[in-house]
Design a protein around this ligand. Structure first.
Ligand SMILES: Cc1cc2nc3c(=O)[nH]c(=O)nc-3n(C[C@H](O)[C@H](O)[C@H](O)COP(=O)(O)O)c2cc1C
Length: 175
């Protein structure tokens, strides 16, 4: 728990869709995607078009924490994890950050019930709430929480399976 002043805490508790100032970043909501290794990089640790699509699908998060990225060859724990220590790797991440920034968070309005547990922690003074598997399976998690829509379950078998199945195949809620 960081950062809320005593004055803040004596006023109305924050909701998940309230913005938050994190250092120089103004987060549009308090929903954070947890770091999740997905072993979908290309050869030589390059970020791929599929990775750009995966992160762009989830760009409505207040903050996306990327998967583990190795800072050196020795720092690589698994095959097909992305790196950020060669010029080609740095360049390959531009398509990911570019895709996330053109697909930014939509403003959200106050909403009802299924986010109750998360907001309980906010009421106790937490600033941000992170979601892992549920964000993996629900790319539009922010909207689903906002509008109290049902949540899909993540398929464990495809966590590290490579390819786009279980990576790009989770969709926004269809009414
Ligand atoms: C497929 C997958 C990969 C993960 N990889 C990482 C990782 O590389 N580093 C890390 O700190 N946590 C990793 N985690 C843990 C998540 O960040 C998170 O802490 C965990 O899933 C619990 O949150 P949840 O109950 O909301 O899923 C991973 C989780 C999953 C499901």
């Amino acid at each position: 728990m960081v950062g809320r002043s005593v004055e803040d805490m004596t006023t109305t508790p924050a909701t998940l869709v309230d913005s938050y100032q994190l250092g120089p970043l103004r987060l549009p909501n308090r929903i954070v995607m947890s770091p999740m290794t997905r072993v979908r990089s290309g050869p030589e640790g390059l970020a791929t078009v599929s990775m750009a699509a995966y992160y762009a699908q989830r760009a409505s998060a207040g903050l996306l924490i990327s998967e583990g990225i190795q800072p050196s060859l020795l720092g690589q724990s698994n095959p097909l994890t992305p790196g950020l220590f060669t010029d080609a790797q740095s360049e390959s991440w531009r398509q990911v950050t570019g895709a996330v920034h053109v697909n930014p968070s939509h403003p959200a309005s106050p909403a009802p019930t299924s986010r109750k547990t998360a907001e309980h922690f906010l009421s106790l003074g937490a600033d941000l709430i992170s979601f892992g598997r549920v964000f993996l399976a629900n790319p539009d998690l922010v909207e689903r929480l906002r509008a109290d829509l049902p949540l899909d379950e993540a398929d464990e078998a495809t966590y590290y399976a490579g390819g786009d199945t279980g990576y790009l195949t989770y969709t926004a809620y269809r009414r």
